[in-house]
Write a protein that binds this ligand. Sequence first.
Ligand SMILES: [Fe+2]
Length: 400
Amino acid sequence: MKGVLSERKTLHPQDIERRELPDAAGRAVRELAREISTTLDSALRDAAAAATTLTDPVLIAQIDAGVAELPDDVHHALRPPATAAGATIVRRLPLTDDEFGPTPPDWREAARWSGAADLRARSFELDLVMLLLARCAGEPFGWQGQQGGRLVNNILPSPGHEHEQSGASSKTLLSPHSEDAFHPERANLLMLGCLRNPDSVGTTVSSVRRVELAAAQRRLLSTPLLPILPDVSYGTGHEQYSAAPLPTLWSPAGPDETTLRYDPAYTPLDDADPEFRAAYAKLTDELERVCVTAALTPGELLLVDNDVAVHGRVPFTARYDGTDRWLKRVNVRLPDRRRRAEESDENGYGQRIVAPFRAAATSAFVSGGREPVRPDGHRVNQPVATEREATHDRGSFEHP
Ligand SMILES: [Fe+2]
């Protein structure tokens, strides 16, 4: 897969659904974000702290109130992908390259610069824009062990991480995968916003609804046979949790509705029989065949349906001179989205989400209302998550 994908740097606009944010809609989002940013600056003066995770209850309330006032065009543009591509590019979010400063060297600096008025140009306002747009789509959430629990993550190449399977990497192909495939509370929708991408580095997307498989292969892949384990960035503590066998494919209403959980690097395929492995290999080949590469430009958002499509990134060479590719990412839950009932019994290997919007809506519950949480988002009676290796968005393990 590596060889083929790395050569696919061409944009195939006909293969991904495309939408445009009307001028007035884009302006409305920017103005609202500026307004909230200004209010926070004067109301909190600890705005830097709010910017650290974007989970401050005052901010959450302002986002919720603001989203209700945004034009219908914004809500309409941010609806989930509507075609079999499982991905949508939303164009024309207004932004200019000189407003958010140089590309930071890592997510920690990005977070620090974002909230500190006296440091570099701020990208805090862009974080608020992303949060508003994500809230139009559904419920933005973060992971306690990822980028400090921030709701808006920065994806940028970091020195020393070039060859990792992570958002901080560059020189290696980021292999196609479902985001956080191992976890029952993984995002339904991933939102990637492009601030800059001067080398037209491609994000790859492959939809399971475009693959062709024999009925017997679909049957095999729909059998709960193997687990998907957390990537190594979560540490080694997950052995204490039982690993539930999962189906790779789930088709509650026929092939047109098929969803997938796919992360071959963290699936113990050697434990399966040759027949299953062959079916899995066929799926991998098919995902490669239907792969589409989107080279995002500034002001474009890529919405990936994480139940329908896997995503990755082609290799590139980072410059580390402040001009490198810089994306902002938000995980979004779609409350109406149906998932396999058995998933509610999965333990998630101890990893916890940060879900302030759900907490705000229900006052005291997250995780589908099953378990109470403290105000900081931790569930009561549950251990705090293992801190996920901070730089990574999916691990430092070099996938085969
Ligand atoms: Fe990913």
